[in-house]
Write a protein that binds this ligand. Structure first.
Ligand SMILES: Cc1cc2nc3c(=O)[nH]c(=O)nc-3n(C[C@H](O)[C@H](O)[C@H](O)COP(=O)(O)OP(=O)(O)OC[C@H]3O[C@@H](n4cnc5c(N)ncnc54)[C@H](O)[C@@H]3O)c2cc1C
Length: 313
C-alpha cells in the first residue's frame, strides 16, 4: 500500500466504534477513509463461535490482556482486564450480551440530542432483531440480535425463583423496562457472533473509499499548523504515524476551521485521529528551521502533546 496516500479521515482502532465510524463515513462516496487496527484480521475461528468467548478471554493474539495497576482497595492485587486487539475490537471477544444503556442514564446526562427517546431510533436502525420490529426494536440493521438457542432447566428454575421473591419477569431487557429476571438476547445471527467487524465493517470493506490496515499500531498524535508570514494559516494536514509507516490526510483551510478544536465528534474515533504535515517527518527539524519554521511544544487538554510548526514572525 502507498505510504503517501491522502485521506479525509484516519480512524485509529477498528473496534466497535471504529467499525461503525468507518461504515458511516464511507457510506457516501464523499470521504476517503483509512482505518488502522493494531491487531490482526478476525480470522481466529473462536471469534465466530459464541462459546469461543472463553477461549479468547486470555488469548494474546487477539486480546491486549491488560492488567490494572495494583489496587489499594484489593490489597494491592492487579485486576486482569481483557480488551480486543483484532478487527471488531472488544466486540470480537466479548460476552455477546445485548443490553442497551439504561434510559435513566441517557436522560440524566441532560445533553440535547442524547436523551433516550432521541437515541432510540438509532438503536432501532442499527439492529436486526430476530423477533421482528416493534416499538423498541428494528430489523434490517447491521447489528444482529437473537434469542439464545437453548433454555436450560436450571436457568428456568432460577428465573422462577427470582419471580417468587417479587422480581418481575422480563422477556426483553431492551424493552419498556430493564428491571426484572429473564433470558437476555445475544449479538448473534444463525449461531455465529455478530461483531462490529462482521456487522458494520464487512459491508463497507468493498467500498473503494475505505482502506483497512491491520497490524498497524498508531504511536503518536501530532497536530501541526503552518502559518505564512502574516500569521494566516495556510493549510493543515493530518498524519497517522504507526510502527510501520506514515499516512496522512489533508484538509484545506476551510475544512481545517471546521475540524478545530480537536475534539469535535466527527474527528474522534476508537482512539484518535491525528494531524501533522508530512514534511516534518521527511525534512526534519533542521530543514524546517532553514525555511524559518520554529517549533513549539504544548501539552493540551487530556495530556495530548501537540507540536506546532510556524514561520518565525
Ligand atoms: C471480555 C469482554 C466481555 C464483554 N462483554 C460484553 C457484553 O457481553 N455485552 C456488551 O454490551 N459489552 C461487552 N463488553 C464491552 C464491549 O465489548 C466494549 O465496551 C466495546 O466493544 C468497546 O468498544 P470500543 O470501540 O470503545 O473499543 P474496542 O472495541 O475495544 O476497540 C478498540 C480497538 O482499537 C485498537 N487500538 C487500540 N489502540 C490502538 C492503536 N494505538 N493503534 C491502532 N489500533 C489501536 C484495539 O486493538 C481495538 O481493536 C465486553 C468487553 C470485554 C473485553
Amino acid at each position: 500500500m502507498s505510504q503517501d496516500a491522502i485521506y479525509d479521515y484516519i480512524i485509529v482502532g477498528a473496534g466497535s466504534a471504529g467499525c461503525v465510524l468507518a461504515n458511516r463515513l464511507t457510506a457516501s462516496a464523499r470521504y476517503k477513509v483509512l482505518l488502522l487496527e493494531a491487531g490482526p484480521r478476525d480470522r481466529d475461528p473462536w471469534i465466530h463461535v459464541p462459546l469461543g468467548y472463553g477461549k479468547l478471554f486470555t488469548k494474546a493474539s487477539v486480546n491486549w490482556c491488560y492488567s490494572s495497576e495494583p489496587e489499594p482497595e484489593l490489597g494491592g492485587r492487579q485486576v486482569y482486564t481483557p480488551r480486543g486487539k483484532v478487527l471488531g475490537g472488544s466486540s470480537s471477544i466479548n460476552g455477546l450480551v445485548y443490553i442497551r444503556g439504561q434510559r435513566e442514564d441517557f436522560d440524566a446526562w441532560g445533553v440535547p440530542g442524547w436523551g433516550f427517546d432521541e437515541l432510540l431510533p438509532y438503536f432501532k436502525r442499527s439492529e436486526d432483531q430476530s423477533r421482528g420490529a416493534n416499538a423498541w426494536h428494528g430489523v434490517g440493521g447491521p447489528q444482529a440480535v437473537s434469542d439464545l438457542p437453548d433454555r436450560h432447566e436450571l436457568c428456568d428454575a432460577f428465573i422462577a425463583a427470582a419471580c417468587e421473591v417479587g422480581i418481575p419477569p422480563n422477556d426483553d431487557f431492551n424493552g419498556a423496562l430493564q428491571e426484572g429476571a429473564g433470558y437476555y438476547q445475544a449479538t448473534t445471527r444463525n449461531g455465529r457472533r455478530s461483531s462490529a467487524a462482521t456487522g458494520f465493517l464487512r459491508p463497507a470493506e468493498g467500498r473503494a473509499n475505505l482502506t483497512v490496515v491491520t497490524g498497524a499500531l498508531a504511536t503518536r498524535v501530532l497536530f501541526v499548523w503552518i502559518y505564512n508570514n502574516s500569521g494566516k494559516s495556510l493549510f493543515s494536514m493530518a498524519l497517522c504515524h504507526w510502527t510501520f509507516g506514515l499516512f496522512w490526510s489533508f484538509w484545506p483551510q476551510d475544512n481545517l476551521q471546521k475540524a478545530v478544536p480537536f475534539y469535535r465528534p466527527h474527528i474522534t474515533a476508537a482512539a484518535a485521529v491525528v494531524y501533522v504535515i508530512i514534511v516534518v517527518f521527511l525534512w526534519g527539524p533542521e530543514t524546517l528551521a532553514r525555511f524559518r519554521f520554529s517549533r513549539q511544544t504544548h501539552t493540551g487538554t487530556g495530556g495530548i502533546r501537540h507540536r506546532w510548526w510556524s514561520t518565525r514572525r
